[in-house]
Design a protein around this ligand. Structure first.
Ligand code: FES
Ligand SMILES: [Fe+2]
Length: 463
């Protein structure tokens, strides 16, 4: 059971002050596994990773290995990847297809095929079953441990260990409209994105929250990426990364913990942000997609976003590059980043190839922008572990008091361009999870007016 913490001493999110212990302390890390990762909705994959009957993908939830699979009937399900007999990894490969999962230690085997079993994951093969167990081993009780909640949203697959968690739709709230930008077709029609390649995985020596808060809305670290801009890694030759994009706003969701850098809902025709790609076929493709987008969204409130985080550890890039990321916790001072890339399924091969090259020079372990961030995150972690350093606090006061409700977004708060408002929202949600006994104490979003008043009050006494 997790230790009790004085959350008020660790976080004063109204004043924008957070203890460095959140990013280095082992007891806090252990408690997070219990109070956050065993309760929250977590992104565990994409349908493209389990495309056919019997396909599987080994994923993670918190520090647990999880087997994600599509059964013979086409249903997607997930199980703890640890044998009920003595704990062996039932599936030792990253990805593949198997009609039955056989544990390599003593040979118990498990099936998800409803034509063979009453309960997916139950035991179907037990060596020496008659002589060893008298044929009486309870094959359901000793089946694979199922993940109790799983939902698929526009190809993205989410799960929670907590049967009492609210539906995914309520958990996402209106942040879902921003997530749609990554999952929908670029022309605005629902769905239509597919995975481009496999999953990139790499480890970074930093706390998992350091990444999540950056992607939640840190426009302020632009100085870190000047070198990437000077190197002109943008979509078009000789250009920066986002030449046509106006300054983004920090838009967060009070009470949900999600946030990103983007724009409030608008019914104006969407702007064409495409650069000149220097190739007629690619230019024509994006011009056509944009024309369809304008037609599809005509008169409808639509949003735009560059990057965002869904509490606790899922982030996404919705503009270019376009990707889903999960920050898996490894220890208080290490995380494992998984990144999946998305592209419109019906885009021509030439467009997909151009985007593949761009995504790789921007993101991932070899991406120039990501490398800037990783350097910061590892150094932040190293220099916050010292005996004296860890006693200090971090400052999250940027933009304090600028919070404004966003019309048309439930619980939406716009805290301006250069603001740590989303991080303050994120850490309030963190404290809520860490202090709650169960989901009944993890409250719904407070009224937006109350939040705006709290921001104004904090500005009055803070600096
Ligand atoms: S640990 Fe799996 S069968 Fe023994
Ligand atoms: Fe960055």
């Amino acid at each position: 059971m997790a230790a009790e913490f004085n959350l008020d001493a660790l976080i004063d999110s109204e004043a924008g002050v957070v203890s460095r212990e959140l990013f280095v302390d082992r007891d806090i890390y252990e408690a997070e596994l219990d109070r956050i990762f065993a309760r929250a909705w977590l992104l565990i994959g994409h349908e493209g990773l389990v495309p056919t009957p019997d396909s599987y993908f080994v994923t993670r939830m918190g520090d647990d290995s999880v087997l994600l699979t599509r059964n013979r009937q086409g249903e997607i399900m997930a199980f703890l990847n640890s044998c009920p007999h003595r704990g062996m990894r039932v599936c030792r490969y990253d990805q593949g297809a198997a009609p039955v999962f056989t544990c390599p230690y003593h040979g118990w085997s498990f099936s998800t095929n409803r034509e063979r079993v009453a309960v997916p994951g139950q035991l179907v093969g037990v060596p020496r079953s008659d002589e060893g167990y008298g044929g009486k081993l309870d094959r359901v009780r000793w089946g694979l441990v199922p993940v109790p909640r799983l939902e698929v949203y526009k190809g993205s697959i989410w799960a929670s260990w907590d049967a009492a968690a609210p539906p995914l739709d309520a958990y996402l709230g209106d942040m879902r409209r921003y997530l749609d930008l990554a999952l929908d077709h670029r022309d605005g029609s629902p769905g239509g994105a597919e995975l481009l390649g496999g999953v990139q995985k790499w480890r970074i020596r930093c706390n998992w929250k350091t990444v999540a808060e950056n992607f939640a809305g840190d426009l302020y670290h632009e100085v870190s990426h000047i070198s990437a801009n000077l190197a002109e890694i943008g979509l078009a030759k000789g250009k920066g990364r986002r030449d046509k994009l106006p300054l983004r706003h920090a838009i967060g969701f009070e009470g949900l913990g999600h946030g990103g850098l983007g724009f409030p809902p608008s019914t104006d025709p969407p702007a064409d942000l495409s650069p000149d790609y220097g190739d007629a076929e690619i230019n024509n493709y994006f011009a056509d997609v944009h024309a369809r987008r304008v037609a599809n969204l005509q008169g409808k409130a639509h949003v735009n976003l560059v990057v965002g985080t869904i509490f606790p550890n899922m982030s996404f890039h919705a503009h270019q590059p376009r990707s889903l990321a999960v920050v898996h916790p490894i220890s208080a001072t290490e995380e494992e980043m998984w990144r999946m890339y998305l592209v419109d399924a019906d885009a021509p091969a030439k467009v997909k190839d151009m985007l593949r090259r761009y995504y790789l020079r921007y993101s991932g372990p070899g991406g120039m922008t990501e490398a800037d961030d990783m350097e910061n995150w590892t150094s932040v972690t190293q220099s916050s572990q010292g005996n004296i350093a860890r006693r200090q606090a971090f400052n999250y006061q940027l933009g304090l008091g600028k919070e404004q409700p966003v019309p048309g977004l439930e619980g939406g708060i716009d805290s301006g361009n250069y603001s740590e408002g989303n991080a303050r929202i994120y850490y309030r949600r963190w404290a809520e999870f860490m202090g709650a006994a169960d989901w009944s104490e993890i409250g719904p979003a407070p009224a937006v007016d109350a939040m705006a008043a709290a921001g104004a009050a904090a500005a009055a006494h803070g600096d």
